[in-house]
Design a protein around this ligand. Structure first.
Ligand code: TGC
Ligand code: FAD
Length: 424
């Protein structure tokens, strides 16, 4: 039985239902048995462990909160605990599940037609079809409303041109959820930037901004989502090599050269920037929990090391400074557990706001990264070896703190919520 309780300073487990504990422990056991033995080598060799996908599907880890289409119908606390345990293994494994569930199955479920749901969701739940999510572009990811990828209506089809960059699972995906500016005659820039200037009390253009700003998608138009399928003529991908982070995850570029996509592949209920941002809320929620998992892995490893390592005549865990560092880790992890638990309860009650998710993503990933770096240092020279998990987690979390909204973007989202002034 894996020791999933460490650190459980405030009887966190007593706040979980029996089902929630069971789901977590099942995934924890699987991570211990199947992920931890191979993940160091995967990281070293820049290999995503595809062989684990059917097992993840078997456990119901894809789209776990959906009640239909062969999904597990779990609550959002279970979903968060799953993400925590996957990231305790590796951020790359958690990323795979985040993208499949939060960024690909979610938009089909929330914005798709009945036919699209029936066609894709059962296979995605079973891991037979893999998705990727193309929002970020080479010219900048923080301001997706300024995207350049365009979809032009031609008869019953859309013709997509453009490129997406830094896309998780891009090279292995059977389908890509692609966001593009359309010119289907409904050009109303304020629609995509709704809120920008519509409420004078909210300075969404940036507090005190006076300089020129490109706020609307280039050339106006409405942002829409499309299901682009592997093999469609003009759609190609290229994996990005030589990453020092998330090496056990595939990250790719996507290229669209006059890709003809039938209107039946347009997500009918996805209109405006709020649609992709709504997907990000789902994935960011899971990432917040994931930060706890990475931190737990580092804390456990370094605690064990401090108990064993004898220096200056005694074990490291008897040194005041080491105790302060361990206590600081326990404090941060404990606070984060309760933050995420409450966020999950709010999400299950339908009361969660996306700015709360931003605060949690910012807090938990920063917490995980700080703990991973500190644990790496506490391990001394051995801490730079792939044999020890903190260096791998620290390197991974350098991506996690950037993707799904950088730390600065989440600070500004929370800042806007507090003050009413957008300072992006
Ligand atoms: P803004 O005016 O704030 O919003 C436009 C409309 O969207 C609504 N909205 C949201 N809805 C749901 N969830 C959210 N998180 C939302 N944020 C905003 C908003 O209410 C508004 O709705 P309406 O009805 O009034 O029109 O738009 P803005 O242009 O000012 O942008 C705000 C900003 C900067 C926060 C946003 O652009 C942003 O979040 N930027 C960061 C981009 C980002 O996170 N990209 C991630 C790409 S995917 C990825 O990284 C995957 S990694 C996967 C992995 O491997 O795990
Ligand atoms: P930029 O937006 O160019 O930002 C550069 C710097 O400027 C950052 O430090 C940022 O915080 C800062 N900054 C930006 N705006 C402001 C402001 N207003 N005020 C102050 N500072 C600001 N994207 C996808 O669409 N799908 C994926 O699957 C995906 N997977 C990814 C996987 C990995 C491994 C990585 C690293 C990234 C992935 N991304 C993905 C892209 C990710 O979402 C972007 O990297 C992220 O949104 C930031 O965009 P950028 O890298 O272009 O940085």
């Amino acid at each position: 039985m894996p020791d999933t309780r460490l650190p459980d300073f405030f009887e966190f487990d007593s706040c979980l239902s029996e089902d929630e504990r069971q789901v977590r422990d099942t995934v924890a056991r699987w991570v211990d048995d199947r992920v931890l033995p191979i993940i160091g080598e995967c990281f070293e060799k820049e290999r995503f462990p595809m062989e684990l996908v059917p097992e993840m599907a078997e456990m119901g880890l894809f789209g776990p909160t959906f009640q239909d289409y062969g999904c597990a119908g779990l609550n959002n606390v279970c979903y968060g605990l799953i993400m925590q345990e996957l990231e305790r293994g590796d951020s790359g494994v958690r990323s795979f599940a985040s993208v499949q569930s939060g960024l690909c199955m979610y938009p089909i479920h929330a914005y798709g037609s009945t036919e699209q749901k029936q066609r894709w969701l059962p296979d995605m739940a079973k891991g037979r079809k893999i998705g990727c999510f193309g929002l970020t572009e080479p010219d900048g990811g923080s301001d997706p409303g300024a995207m350049k990828t365009r979809a032009v209506k031609k008869g019953g089809d859309w013709v997509i041109n453009g490129a997406k960059m830094w896309i998780t699972n891009g090279g292995i995906a059977d389908l890509a959820i692609v966001w593009a500016v359309t010119d289907d005659g409904e050009s109303d820039p304020s629609r995509d930037r709704k809120g920008a200037g519509s409420d004078p009390s909210l300075d969404r253009k940036g507090a005190g901004s006076s300089g020129p700003e490109v706020r609307a998608p280039q050339g106006g138009g409405v942002i829409r989502g499309f299901i682009v399928e592997k093999g469609m003529p003009g759609y190609t991908t290229r994996d990005i090599p030589h990453k020092f982070s998330l090496r056990a995850s595939i990250t790719s570029e996507l290229f669209f050269d006059n890709v003809k996509v039938p209107d039946a592949n347009r997500l009918p209920k996805a209109e405006g920037l709020g649609a992709p941002l709504g997907c990000l809320t789902q994935a960011r929620y899971g990432i917040a929990w994931g930060g706890i998992g990475a931190a737990m892995a580092c804390y456990r490893e370094v605690l064990e090391f401090a108990r064993q390592r004898v220096l200056f005549g005694t074990t490291l865990d008897r040194k005041q400074i080491v105790q302060v560092r361990l206590a600081e880790m326990a404090r941060q992890i404990t606070a984060s557990q309760f933050l995420c638990l409450q966020l999950g309860r709010l999400k299950d009650a339908g009361k969660m706001h996306h700015s709360q998710v931003s605060l949690a993503k910012w807090h938990c990933v920063r917490m995980g990264l700080d703990i991973a770096r500190d644990a790496r240092d506490l391990l001394g020279a051995g801490g730079i070896s792939i044999e020890c998990c903190p260096i791998r987690h620290a390197l991974n979390l350098e991506s996690v703190i950037t993707y799904e909204g950088t730390e600065s973007i989440h600070q500004l989202i929370v800042g806007r919520e507090i003050t009413g002034h957008g300072a992006f």
